[in-house]
Design a protein around this ligand. Structure first.
Ligand code: NDP
Length: 405
């Protein structure tokens, strides 16, 4: 029985709060804190009505470690789940260090003024967390998160060595809006408009944004045009699985989405360079975020499914083996369960399970860790119980170009 502090009351934070409330044997007391307290109160009201559980709420500006420290000292949680934005990762990690409380997040730190995500800033906390005897679990959403756990699970149970990894992420849902992003618009657009990058034969290969694309077949969905992006889990996976000869990340986007994005880019609306507007300094992308639909408002009429998984080729008993492990998640079912769309759901459920692993001692250690450094089995056991069933396909023909040997 443990207290949990959740920071961030957006699409993902709402799912984490609902799912913690649905697991009262692990999370005895829950506090949801965010920059705008009214959003926390609305989620708390839904949780009370839907699951009969009372949760506490608070206002916090997590850009300031001192505010988070005060909140931790008054509530005394065992773990902080950070589902605010990547900009808040370091102040929240500082606050956890000062108060000796475990930390978990779903996205790595990004400086506001450069669209660049790297683990180096957070990995630099390892020795201090180790000395303090606490644990930071990095990237425990779906991707990053479950994709790293799937890879670890495959490497233990199905391969002697893994050589090729393709993480394939499809959203075949329809929210009925002309243009909207499924998670925080600012972070999402920074990720997609950045250069692509993948790992091959010991080095990173850079591409122009969305330069490489092809149709990929998704289970129960069919073929969808998928674009090669750089995604943060590639950095930790190539470090933790040195046998990988190639690691890539693919995500689907509809033609309509790409067309809107190109227009917005061409007119300068996705820029993160501040401009002067009527005597005020504004960042075009931050302004765009303010006029786009928020991810937590998309759920109500969302139909269709997401499909995210890992396609792996490697060696088992001296022979080449292929393997595909994935989850499909239905937007409307998520909405019925926790009033969220599937992208928030597939992120929030693993964040809750990760916290459960820490609080129940299934994952232990002191320092800063990526999820693939832990035992995947207890996590994999929880996934279907908590709403994310997974499926495996063995020795299938994977639609990716591989060298013949
Ligand atoms: P939202 O924009 O819906 O929510 C973000 C929340 O954080 C908002 O409630 C916002 O408050 C709050 N927030 C922002 N700044 C601060 C601050 N300084 N102090 C306190 N709270 C703050 O985003 P999502 O819920 O869609 O995404 C949340 C996180 O999840 C992001 O980091 C995203 O990158 C990550 N993510 C990870 C995925 C994965 O699979 N690993 C997939 C999808 C998302 P306010 O309401 O006041 O703006």
């Amino acid at each position: 029985m443990s207290k949990v502090l959740i920071i961030g009351a957006g699409g993902v934070g709402s799912v984490v709060a609902h799912k913690c409330a649905m697991n009262p044997h692990v999370f005895s007391d829950i506090m949801l804190a965010s920059r705008t307290k009214s959003k926390c109160d609305k989620i708390a009201k839904d949780i009370q009505e839907m699951h009969g559980k009372t949760i506490q709420t608070a206002q916090v500006d997590a850009d300031y470690a001192s505010e988070v420290v005060s909140l931790i000292k008054s509530f005394q949680p065992k773990i902080v789940i950070n589902v605010a934005l990547p900009y808040q990762d370091l102040p929240i990690m500082d606050a956890c260090l000062e108060t000796k409380v475990h930390y978990l997040d779903t996205a790595n730190y990004e400086p506001r003024d450069v669209a660049k995500f790297e683990y180096k800033w957070q990995w630099a906390y390892h020795d201090r967390y180790k000395e303090a005897g606490i644990m930071a679990v990095l990237g425990c959403g779906f991707d990053p998160g479950v994709t790293g756990i799937f890879t670890k699970y495959a490497s233990i149970h199905h391969f002697d060595e893994i050589h090729y990894l393709d993480i394939v992420d499809c959203n075949a849902g329809n929210h009925g809006k002309e243009f909207a992003t499924n998670f925080n618009p600012e972070i999402n657009i920074r990720e997609i408009t950045a250069k692509g990058r993948y790992w091959e034969n010991g080095k990173w290969i850079e591409t122009e944004p969305l330069e490489i694309h092809k149709p990929i077949e998704y289970p129960e969905i069919g073929p969808k045009e998928s674009y090669l992006l750089y995604h943060e889990e590639l950095e930790s996976l190539v470090k933790n699985f040195p046998t990988l000869k190639r690691a890539r990340f693919w995500m689907t986007f509809s033609e309509k989405y790409i067309t809107h994005l190109r227009v917005l880019e061409n007119v300068g609306m996705t820029s993160i360079k501040p401009i002067n507007f009527k005597g005020m300094e504004i960042v075009p992308l931050e302004f765009l975020k303010a006029v786009l639909p928020q991810p937590d408002t998309l759920g109500e009429n969302y139909t269709g499914k997401t499909s995210i998984g890992c396609q792996i080729r490697g060696i088992k008993n001296g022979k080449i083996k292929t393997y595909f492990i994935y989850n499909n998640c239905d937007h409307a079912e998520c909405y019925r369960e926790v009033k969220a769309q599937a992208v928030s759901y597939t992120t929030g459920v693993p964040a809750m399970i990760g916290a459960m692993m820490v609080l129940t001692g299934k994952w232990s250690g002191a320092g800063v860790f990526n999820v693939e450094e832990f035992d995947p089995d207890p996590f994999m056991e929880q996934l279907p119980l908590q709403g994310l069933p997974w499926h495996e396909l063995h020795d299938i023909e994977l639609p990716h170009e591989y060298p013949s040997v």
